[in-house]
Structure formats: C-alpha cells, structure tokens
Write a protein that binds this ligand. Structure first.
Ligand code: TYD
Length: 208
C-alpha cells in the first residue's frame, strides 16, 4: 500500500509521522517512511537547490521541473522497489504537492501538470492520501515558532498559501475514496489518534 501525507505549511506532518511510523510498525506493518523532495542522494541534491533562500530568482517552471526530477528518481529508486517487495510506503508529500503548490498556488495549468506528473511517476498514484488541514496563518505561525526553519517556499505570500490550502481541499473533495481530511488544529495527541485509526482501518480493509 502506498500512503502519502499532504498539507499546507505547519500542518504538523513532520511531528506526526515519526510516532505514527513507530505505532504502525509495532502493529506488525512492514513500513518504509520517506519524504519529498528528497529520499535518495540525487533527490536530496535537487532538494537543496529548491529550498535555498539564495535562489529567489527561480521561475515557477524551473521549480516544477526540479520537483519532478527529484520525484522521478525516488519513484524508480525507492518507492516502486519497496512496493514490489510488499512494503507499505509512507511518503511525506508527493505529486499532489505539485498540483497544490505549483498548480493552485502559482496558477499553472493543472491539466498539463497532471500529464507531467503521469510522466514523472510512470502513473504511480497513492492508494491513500491524508490531508492535514490547517488555517494558513495558524500553520505559518506554528512553523516559524516551533522549528525556526524557513525555506524559500515558506516565504511566498499569504495569498499563495491560501490558494494551496483551497487546492488541497478541492482535490480531496474530488476523490474522497483516496483522500482523508484530518483537522490538524486539534491537539497533537488527538491528531495522532485519528491518524492511527484511519490507517489501521485502511490497512485492514486492504488486507481483506
Ligand atoms: P519541507 O521543509 O519538506 O516542508 P514541509 O515540512 O512543509 O513538507 O519543504 C517542502 C516544501 O516544498 C514545502 O513548502 C512544499 C513545497 N513543495 C512544492 O511546492 N511542490 C512539490 O511538489 C513538493 C513535493 C513540495
């Protein structure tokens, strides 16, 4: 099973995923966690170009192609082989991030982006996508306060992040069988409990 996590900035993916992985492994799930952009040595090098605050001149088209380059590599080198071995792969961000950030956020052609993503992934889409949804201002504040890490994409204006959030919600409503929306403004414990029960249910129904 291929599971992805999506959400706007500060939605809490980074703090929720490690305890979730520990929990699912303790339940006997053969789980491989990874993240995008990154996850292979080549993809990590592309990530550092994308996140570098010095690269303010980067054009949205350049940005898309770099995200896709990083993704093509992790799909072939890591995700497909792990799935072929029967592992459950859990990826922090995937192709839906490109639709949300570059499609809805930058307003680039989503029909074309979907075709590009088909090419990039060889048609590999997740079985289940969790959307950690949070108010944009709350998320950005959280991110600044908790981690003190601020990358080139965080620095886009508020309206950009609002379009990203609305884009995610639209995609989730268009494909309710794949997406699950979780209210990430709840306490960390409440969000963790919700995630555990959603994924246990999904894994159990898949095994039946
Ligand atoms: P990261 O530090 O991994 O942030 P987060 O914890 O929010 O996942 O940075 C990834 C950034 O890249 C984030 O701002 C979302 C953005 N992004 C895109 O714009 N398009 C993409 O296709 C992907 C994978 C990420």
């Amino acid at each position: 099973m291929f599971i992805t996590f999506e959400g706007p900035e500060g939605s809490g993916k980074t703090s929720q995923i490690p305890p979730l992985v520990d929990f699912l492994r303790a339940q006997g799930v053969d789980l491989f966690p990874t993240r995008e952009p990154g996850g292979t040595p080549i993809s990590d090098q592309v990530r550092s170009i994308l996140m570098n605050m010095d690269n303010q001149a980067m054009h949205p088209r350049t940005e898309i192609l770099l995200f896709c380059a990083s993704r093509a590599q992790i799909v072939e080198q890591v995700i497909r082989p792990k799935l072929a071995h029967g592992c459950t792969v859990l990826c922090d961000r995937y192709a839906d991030s490109t639709l949300a950030y570059q499609g809805y956020g930058h307003g680039l052609d989503k029909v074309f982006l979907r075709e590009l993503l088909e090419f990039t992934t060889g048609g590999l889409w997740p079985d289940c996508t969790i959307l950690l949804d949070i108010d944009v201002q709350q998320g950005l504040q959280r991110k600044q306060q908790c981690r003190g890490e601020w990358n080139r994409l965080d620095a886009y204006e508020l309206a950009f992040h609002e379009r990203v959030r609305q884009g995610y919600l639209e995609m989730a409503h268009q494909q309710p069988e794949r997406w699950q929306i979780v209210d990430a403004s709840q306490s960390q414990e409440a969000v963790q409990q919700t995630l555990r029960s959603i994924l246990l249910n999904r894994l159990a129904s898949r095994a039946r």
